[in-house]
Design a protein around this ligand. Structure first.
Ligand SMILES: Nc1nc2c(ncn2[C@@H]2O[C@H](COP(=O)(O)OP(=O)(O)O)[C@@H](O)[C@H]2O)c(=O)[nH]1
Ligand SMILES: [Mg+2]
Length: 442
């Protein structure tokens, strides 16, 4: 799956060639085609729209890093956005404090609930004792299917006997699991061909009685947008905590995986990648984005180029620090880096003896603050940037006007800058430079 999408994207990116800056025209042309490719992959319409706007905003006007092509740069931007779209980090199951922790699997008939219950039991068994119960009293062989699979993965399986009440079966199974010392009980529920009130009511009653630590919606990737819509419905009617996407090994177009997170607002936790009992993987948005783009080599190339730039800046920083002329120009260059590394205070706090400097308390600029600081420095003349001492009241007024800030803002910024500069000098003279560089990734 995703093969045709990644092939298309590759073709698109090849066309973005030979320009130093990503201009609007070429980015737009590429985005038009990306939009088509995503829609063809069955990604939700609204998701595609937001996605394209966002990539446009990030790509247009961006300088292309040395040693890579504009196309490669756009691949990286698209990749990063895809990762965010799918949730950035992988989400584990939260078992909660109760033992056994009930985990309920829900979804339409044939989506892979029973198979997934066994696969999941196998994964969890690595460090927990797992019990399985089938609440599917409708399909004749459903319970036997789970029992067979359960034996394969060496999990305990509840025997319902002649009981035909799914709610009672679940309650009894949880009790049995507790008695036998199981830590997790996976509840495989019945499905229907489509959502109906009776099924939802049954699932709600099970939920109320066993109070699951998590309800996981099992989605069949092959059903595309239907899997997304049904997921939204399940979430609305019974509430879900996460998604398991099955049949990702098939020729599904993958749109469901890309849309689910943003439409339903719940993370994909696992993906089923085959019929075999070991074909279940923890979902990693990063890897999935790589698979979609099929361009791992380009990504590492871009990362390398970025690292080189950062290294260059680092060298320049070291150089200017050595000469103790940490100018406003240098300060400006660093703003992006400051944002990347998080609160300045924490960073400096790691350097012995530097943690207690009072002025640092004011130095946790948020995004808005950083933009403001950049604007102020941009409004200065080159002379001012190289020698802050000449910035008198009249100049401060002009800078405030030019950057859409106030004189107080300019005063505060300069005060912070002067403190920082002093500190840099101090570190320099104490020979604390090495420590600083170790902790500052610039
Ligand atoms: N290729 C593939 N087939 C799967 C996967 N998960 C489940 N299946 C198949 O889907 C069919 C329905 O699965 P089942 O667990 O019975 O679905 P249920 O009705 O939701 O319990 C079975 O033939 C499974 O082997 C998967 O990740 N990949
Ligand atoms: Mg089943």
């Amino acid at each position: 799956m995703f093969e045709s999408l990644s092939e298309k994207l590759e073709g698109i990116f090849k066309k973005l060639k030979g320009r130093g800056v990503l201009n609007e025209e070429s980015v737009n042309a590429a985005l038009r085609e990306i939009r088509m490719a995503l829609l063809e992959a069955d990604v939700n319409f609204k998701v595609v729209k937001d996605f394209i706007e966002d990539v446009r905003g990030r790509a247009v006007g961006k300088e292309v890093l040395e040693s890579i092509t504009p196309g490669q740069q756009v691949v990286k931007i698209v990749h990063d956005r895809l990762v965010e779209l799918m949730g950035s980090t992988s989400a584990a199951i939260k078992f909660g404090p109760r033992i056994p922790a009930p985990i309920m699997l829900v979804g339409l008939q044939g989506c892979g609930k029973t198979t997934t219950a066994a696969k999941l039991a196998r994964l969890i068994s690595a460090d927990k004792r797992v019990y399985l119960v089938s609440a599917d009293v409708y399909r004749p062989a459903a319970m036997e299917q789970l029992a067979v699979l359960g034996r394969q993965v060496k999990a305990g399986v509840f025997e319902a006997g002649s009981c035909k009440d799914p709610v009672k079966i679940c309650v009894d199974a949880v009790e049995q699991a507790r008695r036998e010392g199981y830590e997790v009980i996976l509840i495989d529920t019945a499905g229907r061909l489509h959502i109906d009130e009776e099924l939802m009511d049954e699932l709600r009653r099970i939920r109320e009685k066993v109070n699951p630590a998590e309800i996981l919606y099992v989605a069949d990737a092959m059903t595309g947008q239907d899997a997304v819509n049904v997921g939204a419905k399940f979430n609305e009617l019974i509430g879900i905590d996460g998604v398991i996407m099955t049949k990702m090994d098939g020729d599904a177009r993958g749109g469901a995986a890309l849309s689910l997170r943003s439409v339903v607002g719940k993370p994909i936790k696992f993906v089923g990648v085959g019929e075999k009992i070991d074909a279940l993987e923890v979902f990693h948005p990063e890897r999935m984005a790589g698979r979609i783009l099929g361009m791992g080599d380009i990504l590492s190339l871009v990362e390398k180029a970025q690292a080189t730039i950062d290294e260059k800046t680092a060298k320049q920083m070291q150089e200017s620090l050595r000469k103790s002329d940490f100018t406003l120009e240098d300060f400006r260059k660093q703003l992006g880096q400051i944002k990347k590394m998080g609160p300045l205070k924490d960073m400096i706090g790691m350097i012995p003896g530097m943690g207690k400097i009072k002025a640092l308390k004011d130095m946790e600029p948020d995004d808005g603050e950083l933009v403001k600081i950049a604007a102020m420095i941009d409004s200065m003349t080159k002379k001012e940037r190289n020698n802050y001492l000449i910035i008198d009241g009249r100049r401060r007024k002009r800078i405030a006007l030019g950057s859409g800030t106030t004189v107080q803002d300019v005063n505060r910024m300069l005060k912070n800058y002067i403190e920082l500069r002093k500190m840099m000098k101090k570190i320099n003279s104490k020979g604390g430079m090495k420590a600083l560089m170790r902790n500052f990734p610039f």
